[in-house]
Design a protein around this ligand. Structure first.
Ligand code: GDP
Length: 538
């Protein structure tokens, strides 16, 4: 099968990476839990023609595989730990939607996903505006220079004033809002949306119980004024105000990550969802040249290159394997091609390349820049690794987050030590948690370092279920980590309440502190000591 429709287009030949890259939009949705990410994902998939595992196109209602909560723990808690990929066709474009975990404890995972997208949709709840997790994720987008589109959701029920919400976006995160639609009628009594570019009103029908439904007719300004009276007047006044303050659309500012196109709607009532897809197609950037570790850009039509952004154990208990998710950065991917794993210099055969589609997978024959390919049983691959063909390239690695929670991990039953070690190695290389060790602590009792405590539960559950090695975790009193070096380790040896450990994955030495005051005191007394903040440190 082909995971993507590969017809020749008016723009160029069917198998040409440059032509196909222009047809791709690869993005993720960032939001605070409960803002409606799952609802929006389903609504997007319903609008689009979903390309199924078998290459056939699901009709409307083809929701199969949309959800990604696969572990028992996820089901119990209603959280989504893993990232699934959805690919669908829309208006002759191929859209890749990468799911991000909703819970803040898995921010590190989200960070990796955001390294693999070309744009993000920031989803806000109309009644709540910017919430803590949205802010944190937005910071990651800013960090990575990912352009952000904003969708204000739940407009079908009472919420805040649209101008107030935009003001909050501008004041809090310094992102200039550029509305491309504007609500007519207040939140909770939405009549329709104004299309700002041409001033038409897309009016919704009302269902029996008064809720708005998707757009049914397009009204010109005169008719909208006559029929919608005060609601229309208010909307046009607000738009005039926006024109005055210069909130017009500016493509460059959007791509540079300093301004955001804003749309209003309701994922649940399917309002504004198609508009969002249109905006993605029309405004969001297609895959472009990607800077390598030296800062040189690799164009999309260069020979194949890809970035491993996620490694994950199988979602399916019936076949326990390990999948490396690779975002294609340049060139054409063809199943069976032999790539070079940049980190080891070893050849990597891609016979088992798969398209990942929620829970479903299928063999993938061909893929292009912006697409995500799942490589099965790719045990050597780690998040941040580069794969290339013909012309070597190394993409910058994806930095690890600053851990804030620490626990010593010991196997509960000593006869399972071998399984325990194997499990820890595996979870470490998947990036599920950071594994720290020192000569003092030895191999039997590594320290696990997490961004959020739920990561410990995932590790515990997986070590018990997958590796048959139940563990005991004892939380340590440290609260923060700083990067240090051998001299730092030497100077801190024996310091009360401080410990220096080595992160296994990259050999980075981390000094752990019980609280920031201890860190401040140490830094003040030893100004020459290397104590560098880590990514996403507050
Ligand atoms: P997530 O945690 O961000 O994935 O949020 P969900 O998609 O699970 O939605 C959280 C809750 O908000 C659910 O009860 C949804 O039905 C509800 N919801 C989502 N979108 C809308 C919307 O547009 N309008 C209303 N009224 N409720 C919504």
């Amino acid at each position: 099968m082909t995971a993507v429709p590969v017809e020749a287009t008016s723009e160029g030949p069917a198998h040409d990476p440059g032509t196909q890259a222009r047809r791709r939009r690869t993005f993720a949705v960032i939001s605070h839990p409960d803002a409606g990410k799952s609802t929006l994902t389903e609504a997007l998939a319903l609008h689009a023609e979903v390309i199924s595992a078998a290459g056939a196109v699901h009709g409307k209602g083809g929701r199969k595989g949309v959800t990604s909560d696969w572990m028992d723990m996820e089901r119990e808690r209603g959280i989504s730990v893993t990232s699934a990929v959805l690919q669908f066709a829309y208006r002759d474009q191929v859209i890749n939607l990468l799911d991000t975990p909703g819970h803040g404890d898995f921010s590190e995972d989200t960070y990796r996903v955001l390294a693999a997208v070309d744009a993000a949709v920031m989803l806000l709840d109309a009644a709540k505006g910017l919430e803590p997790q949205t802010l944190k994720l937005f910071d990651v987008c800013r960090d990575r220079g990912v352009p952000v589109l904003t969708f204000v959701n739940k407009w079908d029920r009472p919420g805040r004033e649209p101008l107030e919400l935009l003001d909050e976006v501008e004041q809090t995160i310094g992102l200039r809002p550029m509305p491309i639609t504007w609500p007519v009628g207040i939140a909770g009594d939405l009549r329709g949306l104004v299309e700002r570019a041409d001033g038409t009103m897309h009016r919704f029908t009302r269902s029996a119980h008064g809720a708005s439904k998707a757009a049914s007719e397009v009204l010109d300004a005169d008719r909208a004024a006559a029929e919608e009276g005060p609601d229309w007047e208010r909307a046009t006044e607000e738009l005039a105000l926006l024109d005055e303050i210069g909130a017009g659309f500016d493509d460059e500012a959007f791509h540079a990550g300093t301004a955001t196109p804003v749309m209003f709607g309701s994922a649940l009532s399917n309002i504004g969802v198609a508009r969002l897809l249109d905006a993605l197609v029309e405004l969001a950037p297609p895959p472009g040249p990607r800077p390598d570790a030296k800062g040189e850009a690799r164009p999309v039509d260069a020979p194949f290159s890809g970035l491993v952004f996620k490694v994950q154990a199988s979602m399916d208990k019936s076949h326990r394997d390990r999948v490396a998710f690779v975002r294609i950065c340049s060139g054409r991917f063809e199943r069976g091609m032999v790539l070079t794993h940049d980190a080891t210099g070893r050849p990597f055969a891609t016979k088992y390349a798969q398209a990942m589609f929620g829970r479903d997978r299928s063999t993938i024959e061909e893929a292009f820049p912006g697409d995500i390919v799942g490589l099965v049983n790719a045990t050597a691959l780690r998040p941040g690794d580069t794969l290339w063909a013909e012309d070597p390239v190394t993409f910058p690695t994806i930095p690890s987050f600053a851990p804030e929670h620490f626990a010593v991990c010991r196997v509960a039953d000593m006869s399972k030590t071998k399984q325990f070690r194997k499990g820890i190695d595996q979870l470490d290389s998947e990036g599920v948690i950071q594994v720290l060790s020192s000569d003092l602590r030895g191999d039997q009792a590594p320290v696990l370092a997490a961004v959020g405590p739920l990561q410990f539960e995932v590790v515990s559950a997986r070590l018990a279920d997958e590796f048959g090695a139940p563990v005991k975790l004892d939380r340590l009193d440290y609260q923060l980590a700083r990067a240090t070096d051998a001299a730092g380790a030497e100077a801190l040896r024996g310091a009360v309440g401080i410990e220096v450990l080595t992160r296994r994955l990259d050999g980075q030495m981390l000094a752990l502190f019980p609280h920031k005051w201890r860190l401040q005191a140490v830094a003040q007394n030893n100004p020459d000591l290397l104590l560098a903040p880590l990514v996403a440190d507050a």
